[in-house]
Write a protein that binds this ligand. Structure first.
Ligand SMILES: [Zn+2]
Length: 431
């Protein structure tokens, strides 16, 4: 199949006027001017999108797709109370509910052009749900409140792959996450990190999200003290901030550090020296009253930086373009090129998926977002301005149409019914 529009923005490489993408099965075979692509594949059908810009599928580097049915059910509130509300809702959801919630989240992601995620998973459901509808990425099994000695039993029960080979199937990758430094004790942080490194899989955690977290780290006091006492077995306040604490434990190496709002002097450099990348979630941070991440400082130290919506429970929607515009408000010096990269190639880099997605290039997954911009001489600026669910005319992932004419390419009625049932159960639990 050949897809062409007014412009192709490959991200790696300059925008191509009248460009086209040739896909072969799940992969991209060629990207270039329409005439040369047609000359190379004269028998392929050509899909033409006037007034549109083609870009790679977006990478939403921090999601909790299993929680999508909680969208709009929990009003803005401080993080500790928010986590309590989420926990009481989650406890009443079945595995089928999680699967329905994740599938619904994956479909909503596709409708915004997102084809890859870094998802915090409680078990195998989101991975299966996403694989089913054509969303790839890293699915981090999230553990917390355990003794390190119980980790392998817990992971086995939650169907984390015991053999390394099955951690990487098709366009999905398994990872592991110890949630936060205040819900996993130091031994559990080390044990999860060791498993991630033994398996060669991703390791991600929420870091320095709230002022309360830093209060706990420095003084052993504040809103999260009780949570830490209950869940972070063996935790002693280290007297330093979260990033320095994780560095001292040796678990910052190769980590994906999510949020990084309340950084302390030297933390950005620590992240740049050790972490695989940082994910910023500006709208979720505001929603939970956690403040604003120091995007300009992170940007200046050279640590790869991705964008995440966080869960639909703590955001208005899963629209990553809105997240990019929110990040730009925090650091207006971010160039259009950098913002585009954060939405795509840099997001893939943070998740360790540069060989799979994040650009339009031969060999990568055929993930294409087709964005209605109108006629433009500035395709990158137009994408950043106009991009979003309302402008998403088409989405292809693994070479298959997922969104066509602005609508899901296949019926979503059964998913919506199952998600509505899960949502009703969560609503009852929260009443
Ligand atoms: Zn999160």
């Amino acid at each position: 199949m050949i897809v062409t529009g007014d412009w192709v923005v490959p991200v790696r490489g300059r925008p191509i006027p009248g460009g086209a993408v040739l896909t072969r099965g799940p992969r991209i075979e060629m990207v270039g001017p329409l005439e040369s692509v047609v000359a190379a594949a004269p028998d392929d059908t050509v899909e033409t999108f006037g007034g549109h810009v083609l870009m790679p599928g977006l990478v939403n580097a921090h999601t909790h797709l299993s929680l999508t049915v909680l969208s709009g059910l929990i009003p803005p509130m401080p993080l500790r109370q928010f986590l309590e509300r989420v926990t009481s809702a989650v406890l009443c959801l079945t595995d089928d509910d999680f699967a329905a919630s994740a599938t619904w989240g994956a479909l909503r992601s596709l409708s915004c052009g997102v084809t890859c995620v870094g998802d915090m998973a409680y078990g195998p459901e989101p991975l299966a749900s996403c694989a089913d509808v054509g969303v790839g990425g890293v699915f981090y099994w999230e553990v917390l409140g355990l003794d390190a000695a119980d980790l392998s039993g817990e992971l086995a029960e939650r169907e984390f792959p015991a053999d390394v080979g099955t951690c990487s199937v098709g366009r999905t990758r398994c990872g592991i996450s110890p949630h936060t430094p205040y819900t996993s004790g130091p031994e559990l942080l080390r044990a999860t990190w060791n498993i991630a490194h033994r398996h060669g899989v991703g390791f991600a955690l929420h870091v320095a999200e709230s002022a309360a977290e830093q209060d706990l780290m420095h003084r052993g006091a504040g809103l999260l003290r009780e949570t830490a006492d209950r869940l972070a077995h063996g935790f002693r306040p280290p007297g330093v901030g979260s990033v320095e604490y994780l560095e001292g434990l040796g678990v910052l190496d190769g980590a994906v550090a999510v949020h990084c709002v309340h950084l302390e002097p030297g933390d950005a450099a620590r992240l740049a020296a050790h972490a695989q990348g940082v994910v910023v979630c500006p709208r979720s941070n505001r929603h939970l009253g956690n403040g604003d991440a120091p995007v300009a400082e992170l940007s200046s130290v050279g640590v790869p930086m991705a964008l995440g919506t966080d869960s639909a429970a703590s955001n208005e929607d899963l629209d990553l373009f809105e997240e990019a515009r929110a990040a730009h408000r925090l650091d207006p010096t971010l160039t259009p090129g950098r913002m585009l990269a954060m939405l795509t190639s840099e997001g893939a880099e943070v998740l360790g998926l540069s060989g799979m997605c994040g650009a339009l290039a031969p060999g990568l997954q055929a993930d294409i977002a087709i964005v209605r911009t109108g006629a433009t001489e500035d395709p990158v600026g137009a994408l950043l301005r106009e991009g979003g669910a309302a402008a998403m005319t088409g989405v292809v992932s693994s070479g298959i149409w997922r969104v066509r004419d602005g609508n899901p390419a296949r019926s979503t009625a059964s998913v919506e019914r199952a998600a509505a049932r899960a949502r009703a159960a969560a609503e009852r639990a929260l009443a």
